[in-house]
Design a protein around this ligand. Structure first.
Ligand code: SAM
Length: 162
């Protein structure tokens, strides 16, 4: 599979997983958490899919399209090693949907950042919520991907130990 085909498949899978999670848990109350603003593509998709909801975005450094930058009240700017503990104090057990897109093509880096994020997920989320992520969380309970999703390009979990 070419890099282009892989990238297209991964993006389509990310959208399918986000849409699936929105359909499953979008009706539950609580803050939506978006880890990794990047260009703002998935943030924009989430806010279009969940109008009027509070979406809090974690990002190290803003480099998004100007139309896709959350307001200051919804931005947790800084390294997740600092912002995730602060978020737990604020959102403990409340989030129904957590989307994390912080991966790269480097599997070692992905595993390291996943290990940083994973312990905070059950602390931040409602147990009946859903996690959608570009990096695998080996200690959370896997949730079936929607039809057509390409396995191992994106992952879904319940925020409870496997
Ligand atoms: N979902 C985004 C989109 O659709 O445009 C793409 C996100 S991009 C792949 C990953 C983002 O995660 C980058 O903007 C990067 O700055 C951010 N990031 C990576 N490591 C981080 C860290 N330790 N703390 C906070 N943000 C981080």
């Amino acid at each position: 599979m070419s890099r282009l085909d892989y990238s297209i498949g991964r993006l389509k899978t990310s959208r399918a997983c986000i849409d699936h999670a929105v359909a499953e848990v979008g009706g539950l109350p609580g803050p939506i958490l978006e880890l990794g603003l990047g260009n703002g593509r998935t943030f924009d998709h989430l806010r279009e899919s969940l109008p009027g909801r509070d979406i809090f975005v974690f990002e190290l450094e803003i480099a998004a399209h100007p139309d896709c930058i959350p307001d200051d009240d919804h931005l947790l700017l800084g390294d997740i090693k600092d912002t995730l503990p602060l978020a737990v104090a604020r959102f403990a057990g409340q989030a129904p949907l957590f989307h994390a897109d912080v991966g790269s093509f480097d599997h070692a880096i992905n595993a390291a950042i996943a290990a940083q994020i994973e312990p905070f997920v059950p602390q931040l989320m409602r147990p009946d919520g859903l996690v959608v992520t570009s990096v695998a969380f080996p200690n959370l309970q896997p949730y079936p991907l929607p039809a057509g999703a390409i396995p191992d390009t994106y992952f879904m979990y319940r925020p409870i130990p496997a």
